[in-house]
Design a protein around this ligand. Structure first.
Ligand SMILES: Cc1cc2nc3c(=O)[nH]c(=O)nc-3n(C[C@H](O)[C@H](O)[C@H](O)COP(=O)(O)OP(=O)(O)OC[C@H]3O[C@@H](n4cnc5c(N)ncnc54)[C@H](O)[C@@H]3O)c2cc1C
Length: 417
């Protein structure tokens, strides 16, 4: 019996798929694409909007992931549908690592790079920046291979599911490294705003969790191997002595270890453990990226309207992401501070809150996370390479096999014509 995906992971979005195809070889993927008027590749279904929606789904889950170490151990190529958790298991066996991970390891690589999914760290680019090569099936059913340096490469990586079916991804890897994390609680808003840069530089990867209440919240510091003692406090926030969950009040057993002991990069960089349900499950997410230099001012601006949205927040998170060259990356040519919201699962109320937030952040050129909830208003004007991306789509997918209403409406603006 064919499994047809009905909702996203959080059950906050209902897909319109009437069928889903499960090819068992790349040749079969090529044939399906060549003969199908419309097809939408299904990743791990973690996005919160209609980006992954379609009439006929294509899942690569029956394809082998077949990981291969390349370039004398500096790169790994693997099936695009592989999750970061599965990738990490393979890398462990070879004492290798990727530079960073998102908050959860459950997402597919091709789906994560599609939306410029990211972790945190002043010097860490989003996960798409580790891609050095792609194998993909274009709209005419041809398998094409593109490597870093190719004229289209910087456009193809953050692909929004618009350009083809990604069958394999090659990623830069590095020798494995150890990470430890500690949580610092009781951070005050004035300390956060006055010392944001210093706080975000306190480790290899730093997150500040808040619920937009009286206190700002907690600082989650992830450090790579260091001989330094953990400080007892960071700007007035004191070190926790038990593990915490980002959503205060929830049990921390699904969370990665936080008490300062070093462990594998992949067991510390995500907030949530593989094999457990991440986050709360009953949620919707939004996220807005602003230039890092305006980070504190942007947070302050949101504080001034927090009565419009704070009651809907389960947890919010500030992270930093380094600049890159990828055309549709929100970090294109700028370091960002990312302002993330895990909302309660009330779509209508969240939509209204997001309107307020977007309005307040508009003067900071806030760019939304492609896989989360946003209005999409004025977005096209903010991506200078979008007209060229549209031309590339004309070449890669002239028949619009990979199109869906979300792409036409939000990205290409064709539904306005
Ligand atoms: C609990 C939770 C925690 C999260 N944490 C983070 C976080 O820490 N940082 C962050 O940045 N984001 C985070 N996200 C968002 C998530 O990383 C993105 O939505 C990501 O795109 C999900 O990947 P996916 O495989 O589920 O993609 P999907 O939602 O399945 O698909 C996304 C897009 O990719 C396309 N696609 C998928 N696979 C392929 C393929 N093989 N070929 C071509 N196109 C493909 C789809 O068609 C669609 O257009 C989180 C989401 C959840 C639910």
């Amino acid at each position: 019996m064919t499994r047809v995906p009905t909702t996203n992971w959080a059950a906050s979005f209902h897909y319109g798929f009437r069928d889903c195809l499960y090819p068992t070889s790349v040749e079969a993927v090529c044939e399906i694409v060549a003969r199908s008027p419309k097809i939408k590749t299904v990743g791990s279904g973690h996005s919160f909007n209609a980006i992954a929606d379609g009439e006929v789904g294509l899942s690569l889950s029956e394809l082998p992931i077949n990981p291969i170490i390349e370039g004398d151990g500096t790169q790994v190529s693997i099936g695009g549908h592989c999750t970061y958790g599965e990738l990490a298991l393979f890398l462990h066996r070879h004492h290798l690592a990727v530079h960073n991970l998102a908050s959860l390891p459950h997402i597919s690589i091709a789906g994560a790079i599609a939306t410029a999914t990211h972790g945190s760290g002043n010097r860490n680019g989003n996960l798409a920046t580790a891609v050095s090569g792609l194998e993909m099936v274009s709209g005419d059913g041809r398998l094409i291979k593109v490597a870093r340096g190719h004229a289209d490469f910087l456009a193809l990586v953050v692909h929004l599911g618009a350009l083809g079916v990604i069958t394999r991804v090659t990623l830069d890897v590095q020798p494995e490294f150890q990470v430890a994390q500690s949580v610092y609680e009781g951070l005050a808003w004035d300390k956060l705003l006055a010392n944001l840069d210093e706080i975000m530089a306190a480790g290899y990867s730093v997150s500040v969790f808040t619920q937009w209440r009286q206190h700002a919240g907690s600082i989650w510091v992830k450090r790579t191997a260091s001989a330094d003692e953990w400080p007892a406090a960071i700007h007035g926030a004191t070190r926790a002595t038990v593990n915490r969950h980002p959503i205060s009040g929830l049990d921390s057993q699904n969370c990665t270890e936080q008490l300062g002991q070093y462990g594998r990069w992949s067991d510390r960089l995500p907030h949530f453990k593989m094999g457990f349900t991440p986050s709360s499950g009953e949620e919707i997410q939004s996220e807005f990226h602003v230039s890092k230099e305006y980070g504190a001012t942007a947070i302050e601006a949101l504080l001034s309207i927090r009565e419009k949205f704070a009651h809907l927040v389960q947890a919010a998170e500030f992270r930093t992401v380094a600049a890159d060259e990828l055309w549709l990356s929100p970090q294109y040519h700028r370091d960002t501070l990312s302002i993330h919201f895990t909302w309660i699962r009330d779509q209508e109320a969240v939509n209204a809150a997001v309107e307020h937030i977007e309005q307040k952040l508009s003067r900071f050129t806030a760019l939304p996370h492609w896989g989360k909830v946003f209005t999409g208003r004025h977005i096209r004007a903010k991506y200078e390479r979008l007209p060229e991306f549209a031309q590339l789509r004309d070449r890669m997918d002239p028949q619009r096999t990979f199109s869906n209403p979300w792409l036409e409406d939000v990205i290409f603006g064709t539904s306005e014509n």
